[in-house]
Ligand binder design. Structure first.
Ligand SMILES: Nc1ncnc2c1ncn2[C@@H]1O[C@H](COP(=O)(O)OP(=O)(O)OP(=O)(O)O)[C@@H](O)[C@H]1O
Ligand SMILES: [Mg+2]
Length: 592
């Protein structure tokens, strides 16, 4: 694969070449100016110099020549800058788009070991950083490089002095600057990495701010963030100091160069120097080369900066979902239309830990299946894997007779409605949270209301004063756990997908509501739909058609409640422990 650096440099070649050509023209024009000037002064003082570059009858022609050369040089410099910024913006768009696609395509973020804060910082700093090469280094480099290469030759030609003293001084300065700039780039890299870590911490802090406050962890958290800031500040100080040193070297360099150029004139020039030549020399060294030398350290710095950002982006782009394939002994089945869902040999390994092992299951159209098992048995991961969100490997996976290998992830997901275990509420109105579309038409309100009614969310008693227009989420009413779950249920009802994946969506509702939800929704309105319900509630188990019993990532048994109770010692032990826990909670509640 092409490296990102190659992509920045070698895409849209015509544009990159135009930038180079424009800055070359600017440099040549800039250097022609002093030659006109020399001729002008030679003519004014009536000196006959060794070399003549132009011959005009009128003195004014030299002045005009110098003037237009400098003017045009400026114009080409501006054009170079404009083109460069345009290219940089173009590349930023490309990178931002790719970053966005990659982030979407990464399975559950925590599985890839990428904290949210780090991804935010890639967006905020590295996308721009990566293209600094285009809008700074390339034009600055080109407009700096050509004058630096051309100037010694111009001096040598003009005064008939050897090339080496000027070149030696310039090489020495370049080496020193490269070294300083390399140091600077390390500070830059640390600067970005430290900022990313701090953003990560602050993000975690903001997300959990209430809990942290309740647990009185605020102090420790803030100490942590401050500690990061201290390290950051130290790095910043080094960065600024190094930068200032580079600047000082760059600004004093013209003095040395002048001295060396004059010295070589005194020692090596074989003829009398005219005042026109002297002025041209001062112009070249004192004016023309000032900008390139000032830019040189920044040229390297921005170049390295861009390079470190590209490395960070490349590193992120190469992130894999942390899952690996396993083999399985089961043989694949041919897809049959009678089943809503047929899975063989589902395996999920995250960071060498096997989360799901060789799971196979058939769920018929319209079947109601419960998935039970101890905490951490892999129930949620099973649902997420069915949604193709975990990067799990399937020996075969058919949805209503379609091989999921041959259809897009979007099409796979269009078969499902899903209620996540932790619930999901957007900062939007209640209506938008159910319909999941902003600005829906008013005629759909009755459908939204019906969905809420079936989900036992009663607009008149839930303290949502503005009805469907009530803002919920962080900016509005904060719903209770049970309310969130019921909004989630209303949402999946509204969307009418054929297979419902319900992750523990009854855990926060009371017994009475649970009863009603079963009657009206799970066994009522959804009677014909395929339902997979993860639950810890025993009361749900004799209402479903079949129970899948999971342990350590495997389905170890499957059957009705009675069947499992009758034949499985482990299942009996599981129900006893769940019942005990429920009784414990009840007693605790009664005590309070
Ligand atoms: N993002 C993740 N990255 C790596 N491992 C994970 C991740 N999420 C869960 N796991 C691991 O996968 C295993 C199964 O987790 P899962 O959430 O599916 O359990 P569960 O059966 O749904 O539990 P619960 O009843 O508490 O909801 C656990 O051992 C957990 O540590
Ligand atoms: Mg779970």
């Amino acid at each position: 694969m092409k490296s990102l650096f190659a992509e920045v440099v070698f895409t849209r070649l015509h544009a990159r070449f135009t930038i180079l050509a424009c800055s070359l023209i600017a440099a040549v024009l800039g250097l022609l100016g002093p030659f006109f000037q020399k001729e002008f002064i030679d003519q004014l003082t009536g000196t006959d110099s060794r070399l003549h570059f132009f011959q005009f009858d009128h003195t004014l022609a030299y002045i005009l020549g110098a003037f237009f050369c400098i003017l045009l040089a400026q114009a080409f410099t501006q054009l170079t800058n404009f083109l460069s910024v345009r290219e940089a913006l173009y590349m930023q768009k490309v990178f931002a788009k790719r970053l966005y696609d990659k982030t979407l395509n990464l399975r559950v973020d925590t599985m890839s070991g990428r904290p949210v804060g780090e991804i935010v910082s890639l967006y905020a700093t590295d996308v721009q950083g990566a293209t600094v090469f285009l809008d700074q280094t390339l034009p600055a480099g080109a407009s700096m490089l050509f004058p630096l290469i051309l100037a010694p030759f111009a001096i040598s030609l003009l005064f008939d002095v050897p090339l080496w003293p000027t070149i030696a001084v310039m090489l020495a300065i370049s080496c020193l600057n490269t070294f300083m700039a390399f140091r600077q780039s390390r500070f830059f890299f640390n600067f970005k990495q430290l900022a990313a870590e701090r953003i990560g911490l602050v993000n975690e802090w903001i997300q959990n701010i209430r809990t942290i406050r309740i647990l009185s962890w605020t102090h420790y958290f803030e100490k942590n963030i401050f500690a990061k800031r201290v390290v950051e500040t130290r790095n910043r100080v080094s960065m600024v100091t190094n930068g200032q040193m580079m600047n000082s070297i760059a600004t004093s360099i013209t003095f040395f160069l002048n001295a060396v150029a004059l010295a070589s004139l005194v020692f090596y020039s074989k003829h009398q120097v005219t005042s026109g030549e002297l002025l041209a020399l001062l112009w070249i060294v004192g004016v023309f080369l000032t900008r390139p030398f000032r830019q040189m350290p920044w040229f390297f710095t921005f170049g390295f900066d861009s390079w470190t950002s590209l490395r960070r982006l490349e590193d992120y782009f190469s992130t894999r979902n942390n899952t690996t394939a396993d083999s399985s002994e089961n043989t694949p089945v041919e897809g049959q239309d009678t089943y809503a869902l047929q899975v063989r040999g589902l395996n999920l390994t995250v960071s060498q830990r096997r989360i799901l092992r060789n799971v196979s299951l058939d769920v018929a159209h319209g079947e109601f299946v419960a998935v039970v098992g101890e905490v951490g048995a892999g129930k949620s991961m099973l649902l997420l894997s069915l949604l193709k969100e975990t990067g799990a490997r399937f020996e075969s996976y058919y949805l209503t007779g379609k091989n999921t290998e041959q259809i897009s992830v979007d099409e796979v997901r269009s078969h499902f409605a899903y209620v996540p275990q932790e619930g999901f509420i957007m900062n939007a109105t209640l209506r938008e949270n159910v319909a999941f579309i902003y600005d829906i038409e008013a005629e759909r309100d009755s459908m939204v209301e019906e969905s809420l009614r079936l989900a036992q969310f009663d607009l008149s008693t839930e303290r949502v004063e503005k009805g469907l227009n009530t803002e919920i989420g962080e900016r509005g009413v904060n719903l209770s756990g049970g309310q969130r779950q019921r909004v989630g249920l209303a949402r999946v009802h509204y969307h009418e997908a054929p297979i419902m994946l319900l992750d523990d969506c009854l855990s926060a509702v009371d017994v009475d509501t649970e009863q009603k939800l079963f009657e009206q929704l799970l066994l009522g309105a959804w009677a014909d739909r395929t339902r997979i319900l993860v639950t810890h509630r025993l009361s749900a188990l004799n209402r479903v058609d079949r129970i899948l019993f999971m342990e350590e990532g495997q389905i170890i048994d499957s059957g009705t409640f009675e069947e499992l109770l009758a034949r499985s010692e482990k299942f009996r032990a599981y129900t006893t422990s769940v019942a005990k826990e429920a009784a414990g909670k009840k007693a605790e509640a009664a005590h309070v």
